[in-house]
Write a protein that binds this ligand. Structure first.
Ligand code: TYM
Length: 344
């Protein structure tokens, strides 16, 4: 049995280059280079799309658009060990999530940073129970398939740790039911990083670049025209040191630009830093980032316009059939363990 690399990217808005660099690029790279050794699952967590209110009339189209984006990013759909699927088409996800809910503490969920941040922006009765226990569904997404590696951005680290916790908790009570994903530092090692990635908002580099940001001024969307993206980069907030240095704490704006430059160019961060450190022209650095982002977006959008929708549908149906088999087998083991089904 091959080990599994798995991740999910929600369809609650247009994707950003943060989503691309934090999750899509690492999994697509793995699918292109290592699908002979690993199974690669990239899915749309559609049930996770409305933990906060959305426009439901566009959800279905956005789900399909996400799948086109995965394809345009280079996911090799013709590989038999690469799979794409929609979470809600595999009912075992929500069923296992319910079982996990009953083994999860309120305190545990309440401590999740993402929950605290998102709920702080909503009035009490608009904070949904779904937003509160969304990491539980995420744990089910991962544990149903026994995924070992889960490429995610830094904001999902706590959820990944929770996934390990619930797997180990269930295993200690019921015997070896689940394969837990590797601990976060091991994940970083595997994906060749020393920490989780957090691309920052260009206007406020203390916060994450986020697809749900209201103004969108500091966010580069995958659908932005190259001109619009360049404009946003040229007006990125920096600092008043007047000297380029990679220092994410003291100089988050400049460091963010250096990071985008390295990642979009497929180059090592330290090599890019060495090229720029000590220089004083923030304008030149912005121009270099704007140029690479523009050419990335125009290439990507050209590929997106060529994506074959029928190939996606055929692949989805085949993957969903297969994933239902795997997921149902894991769910049955969990149901037997907790006494919902007779033991075989
Ligand atoms: P979502 O849809 O909000 O984001 C998708 C992925 O993009 C990463 N990301 C970033 N990475 C770096 N810099 C940023 N500014 C940035 N913004 C977003 C996220 O960390 C994520 O990896 N709960 C997940 C979806 C999910 C999932 C799963 C992921 C559901 N089930 C199972 C992995 C495994 C989420 O909301 O991601």
């Amino acid at each position: 049995m091959k080990q599994i690399i798995l991740t999910g990217i929600r369809a609650n808005n247009d994707l950003t280059i943060g989503n691309y660099l934090g999750a899509l690029l690492p999994i697509v790279d793995m699918a292109k280079k290592r699908a002979a050794e690993y199974q690669v699952n990239l899915f749309v967590p559609d049930l996770h799309s409305f933990t906060t209110p959305i426009d439901h009339s566009t959800l279905n189209a956005q789900i399909m658009q996400n799948l086109r984006i995965f394809t345009a990013a280079g996911l090799p759909l013709d590989h038999p060990d690469v799979h794409i699927y929609r979470q809600s088409y595999i009912p075992a996800h929500s069923e296992l999530a319910w079982i996990f809910d009953c083994f999860t503490g309120m305190g545990e969920m309440g401590r999740m940073t993402q929950y605290k941040d998102k709920s702080a922006k909503l009035s009490e009765d608009r904070i949904s129970v779904g937003l509160f226990n969304y990491p539980v569904l995420m744990a089910a997404d991962i544990l149903l398939y026994g995924a070992t590696y889960v490429p995610v951005g830094e904001d999902q680290t706590q959820h990944l740790e929770f996934t390990r916790d619930i797997a180990l908790r269930m295993n200690s009570q019921f015997g070896e039911l689940f394969t837990a994903p590797l601990p976060v530092p091991k994940q970083h090692e595997f994906f060749g990083k020393d920490q989780g990635l957090r691309i920052k908002d260009l206007q406020d580099p203390r916060k994450k670049m986020s697809k749900s940001d209201e103004s969108g001024k500091g966010v580069i969307f995958m659908s932005d025209t190259p001109e619009a993206a360049s404009k946003k980069i040229m007006s990125a907030a920096t600092d008043s040191y007047g000297e380029i240095r990679f220092d994410t704490k003291e100089r988050p704006g400049i460091s963010n630009l250096l990071q985008i430059l390295a990642l979009l160019g497929g180059r090592n961060q330290s090599v890019v830093n060495a090229e720029w450190e000590g220089k004083s022209s923030y304008g030149d650095l912005k121009k270099a980032v704007a140029a690479i982002a523009s050419s990335f977006l125009s290439d990507f959008q050209a590929r997106l316009s060529q994506v074959d929708g029928e190939q996606i549908i055929a692949k989805l149906e085949a993957s969903e059939r297969l994933m239902n088999e795997t997921a149902n087998a894991t769910l049955l083991r969990a149901q037997q363990a907790v006494g919902l089904r007779p033991k075989a």
